[in-house]
Each structure stands twice: as structure tokens, then as C-alpha cells.
Design a protein around this ligand. Structure first.
Ligand SMILES: COc1cc(/C=C/C(=O)SCCNC(=O)CCNC(=O)[C@H](O)C(C)(C)COP(=O)(O)OP(=O)(O)OC[C@H]2O[C@@H](n3cnc4c(N)ncnc43)[C@H](O)[C@@H]2OP(=O)(O)O)ccc1O
Ligand SMILES: O=C(O)CCC(=O)C(=O)O
Ligand SMILES: [Fe+2]
Length: 358
């Protein structure tokens, strides 16, 4: 073999080592200027989105929260959570500056040298609650996903100040704080519709007892049509509050095999129901499958806040929804077992919830 001709990076068997094991992330790979997608990222045909299964005329609801105490706003929220499981909110009260700052902070973190980000990988992180990683569950996946992430489980302000990356911690904490009233309002509205009149301490824990925030980074991809940014999944949260930038690429499951794009709207937040709320509402509110495509010309970021039960909560359908004799569709399960089950496998659409079905 001619020693001056090196093996194209896209054919290197060391791609997984480079990206996953050595924690360079897929951003490191993207920046090597590769011309073709490495085989490790090629998804089976059925997992790729094509124009034929996109519904361009459909859209998830957009809800104006400026008069959030008006009954029609609550109605729109509940209708959207029942029908779509996804909606966008505008005029929600989280200051635009807070949103812009957290997007800047996300770029700042991912633009750090690999050795700085590696300090937060599973092996090196100063805390189990902060993790820098790539794809979703690389050990369990047949094909990798074209995404890096930083995931932070909120324990306390002190822990966050001490252990979260300084490139982003202040802005992330501000965003979490700023979104608190929105989360409360959404949950109050959703609870009223299902006969839960008061969010007492027990319900508060079940609905919003813990939070995880992820910073997602989807770098430019040489063959975006052959891979995914995130594969089909539903979130395991109660609610997810998602901030996306202006690039687009999030798709929500419509009817049958179709997908509906969630277009970026400046200063809006995307809200979706997660599996925990589907379970607690006994299926009334739907956690809908969604996915993210890769992009051939732009680096995309998104910042989801996962609002969850506490890990040690037992979750199941609320008694209030079963009061009229409705049959429980889900059993009582320990929330941390549910999440462990989710992380143990590759993204697989709506399959996680089968773990909780009676
Ligand atoms: C990354 O791409 C994603 C991520 C998501 C995420 C959505 C959500 O996170 S929604 C809310 C999740 N809920 C919670 O986080 C509840 C609180 N958490 C816990 O109770 C614990 O983290 C635990 C789930 C019980 C696990 O803790 P522990 O038993 O101490 O074990 P660990 O060693 O920390 O982890 C076990 C196993 O889980 C995987 N894992 C843990 N944390 C993460 C993370 N932040 N991101 C990805 N995977 C994680 C990991 O595989 C661990 O296995 P190892 O082989 O590494 O040991 C949605 C969509 C996406 O694309
Ligand atoms: O990037 C997005 O738009 C969605 C991200 C997502 O679905 C997730 O992190 O669970
Ligand atoms: Fe998601």
C-alpha cells in the first residue's frame, strides 16, 4: 500500500474510538472536514426522514400566553396536550435576553477545546449529575446519532455553581429560574382539566420534583440524509420545555407514518408532554414521538429542560383520573427504574412506555 495515501477518515475503524471512547464528540469529527459520512452513522432506511413522509401543510399549535389566566388559554394548552402532545408558546414571560444568553452559552461550551469538554465525560466528571457525551446510548446503538450533549441534573444551586461548567452554568441557571413560572402555569392548567384541583407537595414532587437540562449540539454533517440528529423517541419527563435556535430540524409524529416540522419561531418555547405525564394522566395527555434531522450546512443547538418526578417517586395514574371508574392503563413504577430502562437501550420510538403498561 502506498504510505502517502492515508485511509479516508470516513473509512477508519477508529471513528467510534475517536468520537465516543476518546470523547472528541461528533463535533470533533465534523471539524476534520470529512467528505462522506462514516459507516457507524448510517441509519437503516426506515429510520431516515424523506420528503414523502413529511406533511408540509400541518403544524403544531402556537399558543399566546400573554393572557395566561384567561380560560381560553388553558383550554388551548389542554387541547394541544391531548391532541398533539406538542405545542409552541409565545409571550411566555421568559425574558428574550435569558434565552439568547443560554444559546450563546451553549455555543461557548461546545466551542471549548476537546480536553476541556472531556473533563465532564462520564469517567472524568466531578459529579454523576453532569455528563458530556455523544449520540444517545452508544453502547446499545446499532448506528450512532449525529449529536453531542451536555446533560446536567439539577440538585441544588450550590452544587451547580461548584460543579457545572463555568462556560455555561450562570446562563443555564438563569434560564431554569426564568422558566419556573411558565412550568407552574402549564401544569396548573393541565391538572385542572384532569380533575386535580390542587398541586399539593406530593403532586408537586410527582410533577416537577426534579429537573434535568441538556445542551444539544448537532454539527454540520456531510451526508445528513443518511443519518439522524436524534432518532425517534418520546421524552421520559413530565413536560419538556425546549429552546431551539433558528435553524430547524425537529419533527413530530403526525398521523400514521407522517412527520410534522416544528418551525423555529423567534423567542418561542416548544413544550411537549413526556411519558411520566402520559402515565399520570392515564393516557389523557400524549407523549408524542419526535426526532431531529442532521443538517448539511449549519451547526444547530437546542436546550431542553426536562421537568420530571423525583427519581425515588413511585408514579402511576392519579386517583383523580380514575375516580369515575376508568381502568388504569399503567402500573405503579419507581421513576428511576423507568429512566434507567430508557437509557439502557437505543432510541426506539414509543417503546419505553411499554415498561409501565399493565
Ligand atoms: C442524551 O440524549 C438524550 C437524552 C434525553 C434525556 C431525557 C431525560 O433525561 S428526561 C429526564 C430523565 N430523568 C432523570 O434524569 C431522573 C433522575 N436521574 C436518575 O435518577 C439517574 O440519573 C438514573 C437514571 C437513575 C441513573 O443513575 P445511576 O443509577 O446513578 O447510574 P448512572 O451511572 O448515572 O447511569 C446509568 C446509565 O444511564 C445512562 N445515563 C445516565 N445519565 C445519562 C444522561 N444524562 N444522558 C445519557 N445517558 C445517561 C448511562 O447509559 C448509564 O449507563 P453507563 O453504561 O454509562 O453506566 C433525551 C433524548 C436524548 O437524545
Ligand atoms: O433538538 C431538538 O429540537 C429536540 C431535542 C430532543 O428531542 C431531546 O433532547 O429530547
Ligand atoms: Fe426529546
Amino acid at each position: 500500500m502506498d504510505p502517502t495515501v492515508s485511509t479516508p477518515i470516513s473509512e477508519s475503524s477508529n471513528i467510534t474510538d475517536l468520537v465516543v471512547t476518546n470523547r472528541n464528540g461528533v463535533k470533533g469529527l465534523s471539524e476534520m472536514g470529512l467528505k462522506t459520512l462514516p459507516k457507524q452513522y448510517i441509519q437503516p432506511v426506515e429510520e431516515r426522514i424523506t420528503v414523502s413522509n413529511i406533511l408540509p401543510q400541518e403544524s403544531i399549535p402556537i399558543i399566546d400566553m400573554s393572557n395566561w389566566d384567561e380560560p381560553k388559554v388553558s383550554e388551548s394548552i389542554c387541547d394541544a396536550a391531548e391532541k398533539w402532545g406538542f405545542f409552541q408558546i409565545i409571550n411566555h414571560g421568559v425574558p428574550i435576553e435569558v434565552l439568547e444568553n443560554v444559546k450563546d452559552a451553549t455555543h461557548r461550551f461546545f466551542n471549548l477545546p476537546a480536553e476541556e469538554k472531556r473533563k465532564f465525560s462520564k469517567e472524568n466528571s466531578p459529579s454523576n449529575s453532569v455528563r458530556f457525551g455523544t449520540s444517545f446510548s452508544p453502547e446499545a446503538e446499532k448506528a450512532l446519532e449525529w449529536k453531542d450533549y451536555l446533560s446536567m441534573f439539577y440538585v441544588s444551586e450550590d452544587e451547580a455553581s461548584a460543579l457545572w461548567p463555568s462556560a455555561c452554568k450562570d446562563q443555564v441557571l438563569e434560564y431554569m429560574k426564568g422558566s419556573e413560572p411558565v412550568i407552574q402555569r402549564l401544569l396548573e392548567a393541565l391538572m385542572k382539566r384532569i380533575n386535580v384541583k390542587e398541586i399539593d407537595e406530593t403532586k408537586k414532587s410527582l410533577l416537577m420534583g426534579s429537573k434535568r437540562i441538556n445542551l444539544n449540539y448537532y454539527p454540520i454533517c456531510p451526508n445528513p440524509e443518511l443519518t439522524v440528529g436524534i432518532g425517534r423517541h418520546s421524552d421520559v419527563s413530565t413536560l419538556t420545555i425546549l429552546l431551539q435556535d433558528d435553524i430547524g430540524g425537529l419533527y413530530v409524529r403526525g398521523n400514521n407514518d407522517s412527520w410534522v416540522h416544528v418551525p423555529p419561531i423567534s423567542s418561542s418555547l416548544v413544550i411537549n408532554v413526556g411519558d411520566a405525564l402520559q402515565i399520570m394522566s392515564n393516557g389523557r395527555y400524549k407523549s408524542i414521538e419526535h426526532r431531529v434531522v442532521a443538517n448539511g450546512s449549519k451547526n444547530r443547538i437546542s436546550v431542553p429542560i426536562f421537568v420530571n418526578p423525583r427519581p425515588d417517586d413511585m408514579i402511576g395514574p392519579f386517583p383523580e383520573v380514575l375516580v369515575g371508574g376508568e381502568k388504569a392503563l399503567y402500573k405503579q413504577i419507581l421513576y428511576s427504574n423507568y429512566v434507567r430502562h430508557f437509557y439502557k437501550k437505543a432510541h426506539d420510538g414509543k417503546k419505553t412506555i411499554e415498561f409501565a403498561k399493565i
